[in-house]
Every structure is written in structure tokens, then in C-alpha cells.
Design a protein. Structure first.
Ligand code: SF4
Ligand code: SF4
Length: 363
């Protein structure tokens, strides 16, 4: 069994942070040769470069029938109904195709769902489907369980719901991953999983969790536990992974045996250890930085702060790393509490409060 989908949110990079094309193309070729078919992108990923990368690495190099593309309408950016068609046409052009296999409303939550209703974005998707321009319809979701149920009751005809599911968020009351899964499953939807490794957090958990999982399976990578957790859920059809190296991809593509009851129990223990030692549950998605008027490098500071809080005795090593990033970005203490970042954070992190702690610890 393997349900891996190739996520184009994070791509392999070379030194100057440009895309490592030879590696990306080799990964795409091996992914397709190994039986993978599903590629996931969005209008806003990598500031538009994700769709262009998909065109160059996949569409221009492989027969269209050999892969599926899932793309997403940035519905929250829509200001008038015609914008939907404008975005859709631009996306087809960027990807170099004339149809998408799956087309989702991107990033629904309570606020963005209201915008979707105001501009009849579900109706727009249904019209595209009727015209044969897209295959399946749906939405990616970053909100609470109650709103998810409300959306599915209002739009029972969608095919796919994309959810953030991983073993750390599963029973976290702030994320409601388990509840959202149950609701989508009850409505009979195909579930696509995003962030199964929680932005890399579960690939590099604290030593105590590593030891626990290594004892049970010495050869398994930490990431493979996370991927298997998501792949073991029955209603899940695709588990997306943003992969930076060939080794990661090969590890993710191995046959995934569903977790046993005792392995679930181990992951519960690992989850408790990780939750205790990860101060800020940031996935590094960078949705928060775009509207920050001070150009504060929020996820970079949170990554440093998480390392600092895990090993406080080594704080002196983190300070210069922080200082060098702050040379070309706003500092944590530059925050003016406008809260634009918090409105965009899918993890509901109290960014301003954490930035105050970052400033205190590292400036
Ligand atoms: S609250 Fe602070 S960090 Fe967030 S967008 Fe405003 S200035 Fe930037
Ligand atoms: S703070 Fe939130 S929005 Fe910003 S990178 Fe982290 S998870 Fe993403």
C-alpha cells in the first residue's frame, strides 16, 4: 500500500534558494516510475513558482495521462465573481495544461468560507466540472470541526476534502484533526492529507521520542512513522509530502503497512513527548510573513526559539543565528501588534505573544 502524493509546496533547493532542477526532475521521474501519479500545487505556493515548477518538471516531460494535478483557487483573494475565472485561466497557463484533475478552494476556514459563499465559489467549481475543465471538486481546510460540518451540509456534492492530519495534531483540541477526519469520513468524502510530518517537526523529534520509536523499529525513519500514521487511515486516499531529497522520497514511497494497535499506542506516547518539548507548533508554511508590514522572519525565529527551548543551555549558539537573520529582516521586537500574521496562520498560533518571548530570549 502506498498513497503518497507529491506536494509542490516545498521543493529541493540549491544554495541561493533557487529550485534544484536536476534533482527535482530526477525525483519526479522516480516518483512516476514507482507508481506515484498525484501532484499537488496552489496559486500562492512559492509565490507562484510552484505551478511553474510543475509545468517544467512534470507537464513538459511526461504524457498528460500519466499523472494527475490538484490545484487550488485562492478564493480568499477574490474581490468580484469574475476573479475566479481569471485565476483559473492563469493557473492553467502557468501549469501548461487545459484541465485539472482536482480543483479545490484553497484554505477554507470560517473567514474564507464566508468569502467563498459571497462570490459563489462552489458554484464556479461546479460549472467547471460540468464543462469538463476539472475532474473532482473540493476544498482544503484549516478550521474547526463545527464549520467543516456546516460547509459539507451546505455543499454535499464536493468530492475531496484536504485536511491537515498528523499524529501530533490528531487529539490536539486546538487542531481538531480527529474530529475533522470523522466528519469528512461520515460525509463519505475522499480525504487528502496535508502536513503529515507537520512541516518536518515529526521527522526530527526530541531524542526521548526518537529512542522510544527506535526501540520498536530500529531501521525506520522518524518521518516514516508519521507518513504511516496518515496512510493507515481508511478514508484517506492521498498523503501529500513536500520532499527535498531523493532519500526522503524513496523512504516515503516504500510499501506502508498499516499501523498495529501497539504502534498507535507508541505514537501517542511520542506525541506527548513532542508536545511537551515543542514550544511553538509552527510548520514553517510562511503564510504569516506575506502581510507583515515589518518584514519579520516569523517562522525562522520560531524555529530558532524551538531549538533554544529544547536545549536552553545552548542558547548562546542560537543568538548569533538569530542576529544574522535579523540583519536583513525585521526583528521580533519590531512587531507592532497589527495581527495580520495571526489571521493567516493555519495553526492558530498566538504569533505576537511568541514574538515577545523570542525577543526576550534572543535579542
Ligand atoms: S502582528 Fe507583528 S509580526 Fe504580525 S504582521 Fe503585524 S507586525 Fe508583523
Ligand atoms: S507561524 Fe503559522 S503561518 Fe507562520 S509559518 Fe508558522 S505555522 Fe505557518
Amino acid at each position: 500500500m502506498n498513497k503518497l502524493g507529491f506536494g509542490f509546496l516545498r521543493l529541493p533547493q540549491v544554495g541561493d534558494k533557487s529550485i534544484d532542477w536536476p534533482l527535482l526532475e530526477a525525483m519526479v521521474d522516480e516518483f512516476l516510475a514507482g507508481g506515484g501519479t498525484y501532484f499537488d500545487t496552489a496559486y500562492t505556493y512559492l509565490d507562484g513558482m510552484s505551478e511553474a515548477a510543475l509545468k517544467r518538471a512534470v507537464v513538459e516531460r511526461h504524457p498528460r495521462a500519466s499523472f494527475q494535478i490538484a490545484d487550488k483557487l485562492p478564493g480568499w483573494k477574490v474581490k468580484r465573481q469574475e476573479d475566479c475565472q481569471r485565476y483559473f485561466s492563469e493557473q492553467l497557463e502557468r501549469c501548461g495544461v487545459d484541465s485539472f484533475d482536482v480543483y479545490l478552494l484553497h484554505w477554507l476556514n470560517q473567514t474564507n468560507y464566508a468569502i467563498a459563499e459571497r462570490f459563489d465559489e462552489f458554484g464556479f467549481l461546479n460549472r467547471l466540472k460540468a464543462e469538463g475543465r476539472i475532474g473532482k471538486t473540493g476544498f482544503s481546510y484549516h478550521g474547526d470541526a463545527v464549520t467543516l460540518e456546516k460547509i459539507l451540509l451546505a455543499h454535499p456534492d464536493v468530492d475531496v476534502v484536504q485536511l491537515q492530519i498528523n499524529y501530533l495534531d490528531w487529539d490536539d483540541p486546538a487542531m481538531e484533526a480527529h474530529k475533522c477526519y470523522d466528519i469528512a469520513a461520515r460525509f463519505g468524502k475522499e480525504i487528502v492529507v496535508m502536513e503529515p510530518v507537520k512541516g518536518g517537526t515529526l521527522a526530527d523529534p526530541p531524542q526521548e521520542a526518537v529512542q522510544l520509536l527506535r526501540q520498536a523499529a530500529p531501521k525506520e525513519s522518524m518521518a516514516s512513522w508519521a507518513i504511516r500514521f496518515a496512510q493507515s487511515l481508511e478514508q484517506v486516499s492521498i498523503v501529500l509530502s513536500g520532499m527535498n531529497t531523493m532519500e526522503q522520497m524513496r523512504d516515503n514511497m516504500r510499501d506502508m503497512v498499516p499501523l498495529s494497535r501497539s504502534e498507535y499506542a507508541l505514537l501517542e506516547q511520542a506525541s506527548a513527548i513532542i508536545a511537551k518539548s515543542t514550544a511553538i507548533p509552527c510548520t514553517g508554511c510562511r503564510y504569516c510573513v506575506k502581510e507583515c508590514p515589518k518584514g519579520i522572519a516569523i517562522p525562522d525565529y520560531f524555529r530558532i526559539y524551538n531549538g533554544y527551548s529544547r536545549f536552553p543551555a545552548e542558547g548562546w549558539k542560537m543568538e548569533p543565528v538569530y542576529a544574522s537573520i535579523a540583519q536583513t529582516n525585521g526583528r521580533a521586537s519590531d512587531c507592532i501588534h497589527c495581527h495580520a500574521c495571526e489571521r493567516n496562520c493555519p495553526q492558530q498560533i498566538s504569533i505576537t505573544q511568541w514574538l515577545a518571548k523570542v525577543a526576550k530570549a534572543l535579542e
